[in-house]
Design a protein around this ligand. Structure first.
Ligand code: T6T
Length: 316
């Protein structure tokens, strides 16, 4: 089952059934399909999208897959049926596997807007709104290099799933930036299937195999939560620097406690808001910006309070 909420209603369950007198005008229906349900990054994105849709007099319906999984997300895309909403805002869970289902919705008349992740094929979407993920990875490496100083050592990257455009770009940005920090040696990139448990065991294994491990870059909130668990279990909190991506409540708590030494926060609400704006522009025949980049913010314990507006939400 998927989590489904309609703009303004705040409820979970089927919405938008026929015969409703409060039905929005034809052409004013938007659908949002995030990467996964009940996760602070996508909840914050949904909040931004809902607020913007409401302001513009559009209905926005959100359905999210239970897991960050292309097969589950495909089911939701296919369920939009032969008469889809005017525009689909989607975070494709796989840059390749989601091409055919999204292409089909487009063929059926919906405008496609990518939010957060993107397809490899850039001809499908009208617009893409995302963080500069390569830059985010680079920023993480620079933050880590500063923390480690001149001490030589190895650094591990925890990616999610091969085919996730965002985290794959973060891992590459990080690894490429290591060339500018010769004291830091790559201990490789590990995939975790976006499962905190897998991230935790990869950290346990790396601590055993790589005695000079000085840092870990966790490319999203699930890998970060798992990495923090792995370090805690080994009694290595603080001894190995952990740089996380995102700013979920548990990551922010972890930064306060010293489990993380840095976080690279995205602005998911802005991604959702701009996604809706571009969808409406496309539907109303106004100029559309093909690529929009949301801001990133590097946060350390010292700058936590000044950055509280970037902390992710659990509900709107
Ligand atoms: O980091 C975000 C998102 O940008 C990424 O595409 C998938 O993971 C998150 O949702 C965080 O869990």
């Amino acid at each position: 089952a998927a989590l489904l909420t309609a703009c303004g209603s705040g409820t979970v369950g089927q919405t938008g059934s026929g015969g409703d007198s409060a039905k929005p005008a034809a052409g004013k229906k938007l659908a949002l399909i995030p990467g996964v349900q009940a996760e602070p990054f996508y909840i914050s994105m949904q909040c931004g999208a809902e607020a913007e849709a409401k302001k513009a007099g559009y209905e926005l319906t959100t359905q999210a897959p239970q897991k960050f999984d292309a097969a589950m997300q495909t089911q939701l895309v296919n369920a939009l049926g032969s008469n889809p909403p005017s525009a689909l805002l989607i975070a494709p869970t796989d840059a390749q596997a989601m091409l055919a289902p999204i292409q089909q919705v487009k063929t059926r008349g919906a405008k496609i807007i990518e939010v957060d992740t993107a397809l490899k094929d850039t001809s499908v979407a009208e617009a893409s709104i995302s963080s500069d993920n390569t830059e985010g990875g680079k920023l993480a490496a620079q933050t880590l290099a500063k923390l480690v100083g001149d001490k030589p050592g190895s650094v591990l990257v925890l990616d999610t799933i091969a085919g996730t455009s965002t985290t794959n770009a973060r891992a590459k940005g990080f690894t490429d930036e290591l060339a500018n920090h010769p004291n830091l040696k790559s201990a490789g990139v590990q995939f975790t299937q976006n499962e905190p448990d897998q991230a935790a065991s990869k950290v346990t294994a790396a601590l055993a195999s790589t005695p000079d491990l000085v840092g870990i870059f966790a490319t999203n909130l699930n890998t970060g939560e798992g990495a923090a668990t792995g370090l805690r279990n080994a009694g290595k909190v603080g001894a190995v620097n952990l740089i996380g991506f995102d700013a979920s409540p548990s990551e922010v708590e972890g930064l306060k406690k010293g489990e993380y030494q840095g976080l690279i926060a995205q602005d998911p609400a802005a991604i959702g808001q701009q996604g809706v704006q571009q969808a409406i522009a496309a539907l109303e025949g106004k100029p559309v910006t093909r690529t929009l980049t949301a801001q990133l913010h590097s946060i350390t314990k010292d700058t936590l309070d000044a950055n509280s507006q970037y902390f992710y939400k659990q509900k709107c």
